[in-house]
Write a protein that binds this ligand. Structure first.
Ligand code: AQP
Length: 351
């Protein structure tokens, strides 16, 4: 806990948490294990703000006509996964314009070199024929998301740790110039730091198509899992494998009982089971774990107005805080607009 966190805890005030997720596709088990499971736990203990960050999702090519449904589906899936609007604030980033206003301001204290060396920028820019400035400035908007609520804790997967370190640097630089006001947030990474995709190579990622979605049917999950990459040493069923380097076994660790994990590890090492047997057991366990989420999502889908109302209420709560932060930030920066409380003009007028 940081100094500010300790002070707030002493004052009986709960520490504030911010985290976001892009509506860039279906929420997958990587997002869930790496971040959202942590969010669900933290909402009982902290004052939590979770944003569906649509301004981030437009930094790569996307289909405008699909965006509203993506935002809605993301909200619905997050609620089904356990976010409770009575315990946390769930909202859509573009409903709170102060995110982009503060991002512009923070751009002015962010070193260009720091942005250029971000791993995610280099990876995503490498996939684009033409690189938009928004992709480079993505972490500055992320800094604005967090600092707008003056959050002190940010639960994310490992891929975002570098960005949160930069957020701390941005806060430090702004504070050094304009006075201590923006807390440096602490990153919170859960046990599932980085879930690999079903290709066994890259991070499980919405944009890479190597995912298992939280709302997928048992048939869809099996269709994807049965072709997932395993230990390449297992060319035929009789070849023994090494579960420690098999991505399918890694997923067993999160979804299967200790007995099933032992069965899978021993069966793999001795070639007593084939990869398909191991995957079938995993598929059954994933389907069972995701069933309650899928059922809640199906129920909620019948009440879309309820989801919209929760998001609207969330945005209203956010706007009140966001307005206050931006007003104070601008006041400290001398950005008073047309309100010029100066008795004497700064430059002497010679007659
Ligand atoms: N594979 C992963 N393992 C663990 N955590 C992960 N997260 C994402 N992928 C994994 C965490 O999920 C949260 C939300 O991620 P995001 O939507 O903001 O962006 P992302 O990290 O870029 O996620 P994707 O799925 O890879 O999306 P695209 O393909 O659109 O870029 C974050 O806390 C992230 O760490």
């Amino acid at each position: 806990m940081g100094a500010r966190g300790a002070m707030e805890a002493m004052a009986g005030k709960r520490e504030r948490v911010f985290s976001g997720i892009q509506p860039s596709g279906e929420l997958h088990i990587g997002n869930y294990l790496g971040a959202v499971q942590n969010w669900v736990q933290m909402q009982d203990q902290y004052e939590c703000f979770f944003g569906i960050v649509d301004h981030h999702a437009i930094t790569v090519p996307y289909e405008p006509a699909e965006m509203p449904a993506r935002v809605f589906d993301m909200a619905l899936t997050l609620l089904a996964a356990g976010l409770d609007p009575r315990k946390c604030t769930l909202f859509v980033q573009s409903d709170v314009p102060e995110h982009t206003e503060l991002a512009w301001i923070l751009n002015t204290v962010t070193p260009l070199g720091d942005l250029e060396r971000m791993t995610q920028f280099k990876e995503k820019a490498g996939r684009e024929a033409s690189v938009p400035a928004g992709l480079l400035n993505y972490p500055v908007l992320q800094a604005a998301d967090i600092l707008l609520y003056r959050a002190t804790l940010v639960p994310v997967g490992e891929d975002q740790v570098q960005h949160i370190e930069l957020v701390r640097e941005i806060a430090r630089r702004w504070n050094a110039r304009y006075g201590e006001y923006l807390p440096e947030p602490q990153v919170v990474v859960g046990p599932a730091r980085r879930i690999l995709g079903l290709d066994g190579k890259a991070k499980m990622s919405k944009s890479l198509g190597n995912t298992i979605g939280l709302l997928e049917s048992p048939e869809e999950i099996w269709a994807k899992l049965k072709v997932a990459v395993t230990d390449p040493a297992r060319v035929t069923r009789r070849d023994p494998g090494n579960p420690d380097i098999c991505n399918v076994f890694t997923l067993h660790r999160y979804f299967s009982s200790p007995q099933d994990q032992a069965w899978s590890a021993h069966g793999c090492r001795t070639a007593a089971i084939g990869c398909l047997d191991c995957k079938r057991r995993l598929a059954d366990n994933i389907v069972a774990a995701l069933r309650p989420i899928r059922e809640r999502a199906l129920e909620l889908r019948e009440r879309p107005e309820e989801v919209r109302r929760m998001l609207a209420e969330g945005a209203e709560r956010c706007r009140a805080i966001a307005r206050e932060t931006v007003a104070e930030v601008k006041r400290r920066m001398g950005l008073t607009g047309s309100f010029l409380p100066v008795a004497k003009p700064a430059a002497a007028i010679r007659t």
